[in-house]
Structures are given as structure tokens and as C-alpha cells.
Design a binder for this molecule. Structure first.
Ligand code: CAA
Length: 507
């Protein structure tokens, strides 16, 4: 991270002094700088001369005294308060009295670090995102002790570097990590519970929610030790058990499997490409749709795009490979599917579209639950199908359902019959947290959205997502998650309920 920040500053034309603890660490830092700028040269984004100029602006040293002339010092040592305090004591001693001291902490209290110096009014947080040269967000953290000039000065400097500053107060996780890490930890808990596999969760969030990386790929990029430290710090403040680090994450860290930087984390980075399963081959399935409404229309449109035949009259269901129940009302859907179950040939897969953990209830009502799966398209515009098997689904039926959905041109992930399947179970608690943050006035809608789009590469921010998906849908899914888990943090936040009731968007 230190090397990434040095690169950002040097690319912005500033002279940089990089301090490391010893010669080996210094050489590693130099290596990071050279390879990161080298990649840009290879991609034609930087000339070799410009690369040399950037590298020439960074002086590397192991002597703190070399920071004596700096206007701003950014500390990026590991996330341990005792270590940060020691570094700040040293900086306080060697730096000019008017120099601003900044910490790139992910989640430790900036106030604690500032209070240990003789210049707390000159101490701020500047939080960069990984990879620092790429991500456009920088959170600028002001404590109750910080002088406004120090904050505006740093925010201006950040703008001058081509990044977007979001200025906020000193709360654990600030905006982006506070929202991101509940979701990442939720993904780890989902994996650990056996609800879905690592690959399916990553695929679901990339393909179904449009995120640039799945949660496990992202945790491996951030570093699992950093993830653990961030979660511990957020949990210490929130006492929300969703922030209590997943035992799996803790185990990987204890084993020294820290992600990309050690060659193994949730994934192995050994240069061996994982074989990708072949796209399912075979004739387009004949699909029956029972029920009417927007969901039925969306499934019909999908079948149309895939060039498959759709049958929606009871008399034609006998010839279908897959019958999808897409009624707007669960009771009507149950009746329609039960009638369809009598009409279809043996081997036809019956799919229920409810995602509140009640596929099993619909399945039992058909009298042939072994043939029933849950089917969810989290975003009709995204090519992802989530297939849920209940305890009664025959194993070959879940496989056949996945194959049929694959032959409709969809990427398929599989999970158990739990509220929200994968995508909604992970995204709505995150959206709820964002609405709660907005409700509490910690940050405004623009800052919250900027934090996630510019800091984490999300295609849209959570407040915009809530308005697109609808506060009423958010409340429905959250109520289902809350009913299933009884976790108070999953109950829809009052601001969301209010907007859903009023039928008004959050913006
Ligand atoms: N260092 C420097 N540049 C890098 C890089 C790295 N480690 N990784 C990628 N890049 C550059 C590439 O050179 C490329 O640049 P150009 O477009 O100029 O050629 C660009 O980024 C895109 O790279 P790729 O095409 O190879 O890969 P991609 O399209 O898959 O994008 C990504 C990679 C930018 C990392 C993208 O997947 C992404 O946005 N992921 C989400 C990252 C994220 O969420 N970061 C925040 C983590 S939380 C955090 O950091 C805070 C904390 O406190 C823990």
C-alpha cells in the first residue's frame, strides 16, 4: 500500500521520500514501484521516459530524519495501534512543526493516533483503496481535534492527484470499509455455512450484481490479515455480530495464508489456471411459464432472447422440460404449480421463483417435491440464474435444472433454499447498512455512493441501488432474512421502511 501511495504522489508530480524499516523492505517497495509502473509502460499507458521521471521523484531511505523537510507525511505501516503510535511519536520528533501528519489506517481510530502527538490539530486520516494507483477514492478523516485547514489542504492535494476526496468523521471503517466488510464477512459466513461454494458466491456477485470482483477474490487482493484487522476494529465499535470475523478467515490468517501476497488465501495463486467448465451443450429446452406479471414477462423475454419455445397454456405443459412458476402471489403460485405438476411428464423440472426461503413449502404442495428447485434471476438484465435445491430435491434434478438454465445462455450458481439465495442475501444487508448510515447522518448520499463506486469499483452506489431496486423490495427481502435469522441487524432500517411506505426514493 505504501508503494502504491508513493506511486500516486509521484505520478502527480510531487517529490516523495519513502521510508522503510530496513533495506530488504526498501527493495521490495522499489520492486512494487517498478513493476506497477512497468505494467503501465507495457500497456502503452506510460512512456519509458515518464516511468523514469516518476521513479526519479521517489527517494527511498531507512532514516526517519530524511522526512524533516516534508510538508505532508503519510504513514502506511501495518494496522496495529501500538506500532502506529510509535511511528507517529517518531514523526512528531523529526517533522517540521507545520507539517501535516496523516495515517492511511483502514479502521483504527485516527483520534487515538492524533492524541498521542504534540500536534493533534495537524493529524488527519487519508485512506487509499487497493490498488492505490487505480482506485479513485480517498477518504479524508477529520477528528474532533483536527484543524479545518489541515483537512481542506489534504482534500485539495488529493484532488490535485486526480482522486476524489470524501471528508468524514472518525468512525471505525469510515464509509467504504464499514459497508464493504459486513458484506465480505457475510460472504465468508455463507461459505462456512455450506449454503454455497466459494466459486459460486464469487460468480454470483460478479455476474448477478455486476461487481468487479467476487468477495473472495477481493479479500485475497486486500490481504486476509488486513481483512481480519479491519473486521476486529469495526466489531469493537459496532458490536454487530455480522462484523465478528468469520472463523474461516481467522483460520486462514493463523495459517499464514494471507491471499495474493503469500500465494494462497481463499484461492491458490500458483500460476495453474483453473479449468473452466464447458458451457452446457444440447437443444434449447422447452420452457413452460405459469403465472402472470413482471417476473413471468422477464422470464419469457429471456427465453425469447435464447431462442427457446415458451408454453404458457396448461394444455401445452406436458411437452416442457422446465416449468417455471412466476406468479406474483405465493398462494396463487402454489396452486398453479401443483396443477402443473399433475400435467407434466416425468423428468420435467419444476421451478419456484420465491426467494424467501420457502421453496420447500411450495415444493411440498406439489406432491412431487423431488422435482422442485428454486430459481432466481437477481437482475433480469444480468445473465445469472441462482438454482436452490431443498432437502427434498433429488440430486439429479438440481443438476438438470442447472443444465437447462445453462442452455438458456445463463451463468448458473447453486445454493440451498435460504432467504435471498446468494445475491440478495449478501446485497440487501449491505444496502440496509448504507441506508442506516444515511439515516444517522454520518455521510450524505453522494459521499456514500462515491465511496463504493470510486473506492471499490461498484458500478453504482448503494443509495442509487436502493432506488433502482426499490425500497419496498429491500424491505421485503430484509424482512425475510430477519425472519429466518432473527438477527436484529437484518431488520430493515427505519429510513428504508419509511421510504417504502411512502413509495418515495431515497434521493
Ligand atoms: N497496481 C497498479 N495498477 C493495477 C493493479 C495494481 N495492483 N491492478 C490493476 N491495475 C491496473 C491495470 O494496469 C489496468 O490499468 P489500465 O486500464 O490503465 O491499463 C487497470 O488497473 C485495470 O486492470 P485489469 O484490466 O488488469 O483488471 P480489471 O479490469 O479486472 O481491474 C481492478 C482490476 C481495478 C482491481 C478491479 O477488479 C476492481 O476495481 N476491483 C475492486 C477493487 C476494490 O474493491 N478495492 C478496494 C478494496 S478495500 C480497500 O482497499 C480498503 C481497505 O482499507 C482494505
Amino acid at each position: 500500500m505504501g508503494a502504491g501511495i508513493a506511486e500516486v504522489l509521484a505520478r502527480g508530480g510531487l517529490a516523495v521520500v519513502g521510508v522503510e524499516v530496513d533495506r530488504d523492505a526498501l527493495e521490495r517497495g522499489r520492486g512494487h514501484l517498478e513493476s506497477s509502473t512497468g505494467r503501465a509502460v507495457k500497456r502503452g499507458r506510460l512512456t519509458a521516459e515518464a516511468q523514469q521521471e516518476i521513479l526519479g521523484r521517489v527517494a527511498l531511505t531507512t532514516d526517519f530524519a530524511d522526512l524533516g523537510d516534508c510538508d505532508l507525511v503519510i504513514e502506511a505501516v501495518p494496522e496495529r495501534l501500538d506500532l502506529k503510535r510509535r511511528v507517529f511519536a517518531e514523526l512528531d520528533r523529526v517533522c517540521r512543526a507545520d507539517a501535516v501528519l496523516a495515517t492511511n489506517t483502514s479502521s483504527l481510530p485516527v483520534t487515538d493516533i492524533a492524541a498521542g502527538t504534540s500536534r493533534p490539530s495537524q493529524v488527519v486520516g487519508v485512506h487509499f483503496f487497493n490498488p492505490a494507483p487505480v482506485m479513485k477514492l480517498v477518504e479524508v478523516i477529520a477528528t474532533v481535534l483536527t484543524e479545518p485547514d489541515a483537512v481542506t489542504g489534504v482534500a485539495e492535494l488529493v484532488k490535485g492527484l486526480g482522486k476524489t476526496p470524501v471528508t468524514i468523521g472518525d468512525r471505525a471503517g469510515f464509509v467504504a470499509n464499514r459497508l464493504l466488510f459486513g458484506y465480505l464477512n457475510g460472504a465468508a459466513a455463507m461459505l462456512e455455512s455450506g449454503h454455497a461454494t466459494r466459486d459460486d458466491i464469487d460468480t454470483a456477485m460478479k455476474t448477478g450484481a455486476g461487481l468487479p470482483m467476487g468477495p473472495f477474490t477481493l479479500m485475497d487482493l486486500i490481504g486476509l490479515d488486513t481483512c481480519l484487522q479491519v473486521l476486529d476494529a469495526i466489531y469493537a465499535e459496532s458490536r454487530d455480530r455480522r462484523h465478528a470475523a468469520s472463523p474461516l478467515l481467522r483460520e486462514l490468517v493463523t495459517a499464514g495464508l494471507l491471499g495474493r501476497k503469500t500465494g494462497r488465501g481463499f484461492y491458490a495463486y500458483d500460476g495453474v489456471e483453473q479449468a473452466k467448465p464447458d458451457a452446457p451443450d444440447g437443444p434449447r429446452p422447452v420452457v413452460g411459464i405459469v403465472g402472470v406479471g413482471p417476473l413471468a414477462d422477464a422470464i419469457a423475454a429471456l427465453c425469447d432472447r435464447a431462442g427457446t419455445q415458451v408454453r404458457d397454456s396448461a394444455a401445452e405443459l406436458a411437452g416442457c422440460d422446465l416449468v417455471v412458476e412466476a406468479a406474483e402471489d405465493a398462494e396463487a403460485g402454489r396452486a398453479l404449480l401443483s396443477a402443473a405438476a399433475q400435467a407434466v411428464k416425468p423428468g420435467t423440472v419444476l421451478a419456484v421463483t420465491s426467494v424467501d426461503g420457502s421453496v420447500i413449502r411450495q415444493a411440498m404442495a406439489t406432491g412431487r417435491p423431488a422435482d422442485v428447485v428454486g430459481l432466481h434471476l437477481p437482475d433480469p438484465a444480468a445473465p445469472l440464474a441462482e438454482i436452490a435445491a431443498t432437502v427434498a430435491t433429488a440430486p439429479d434434478v438440481a443438476g438438470r435444472a442447472a443444465e437447462l438454465a445453462g442452455r438458456l445462455g445463463l451463468t448458473v450458481v447453486r445454493c440451498r433454499d435460504r432467504a435471498g439465495f446468494i445475491v440478495d442475501a449478501l446485497r440487501f444487508p449491505y444496502l440496509n447498512d448504507a441506508a442506516a448510515m444515511l439515516g444517522a447522518g454520518y455521510a450524505d448520499a453522494d459521499s456514500i455512493d462515491a465511496a463504493m463506486t470510486l473506492g471499490c469499483g461498484y458500478p453504482t452506489g448503494p443509495i442509487a441501488d436502493l432506488d433502482r431496486l426499490g425500497p419496498d423490495r429491500a424491505v421485503t427481502v430484509l424482512n425475510a432474512l430477519h425472519a429466518e435469522t432473527r438477527d436484529p441487524a437484518l431488520a430493515p432500517t427505519p429510513l428504508l421502511v419509511e421510504h417504502a411506505t411512502a413509495g418515495r426514493p431515497l434521493r
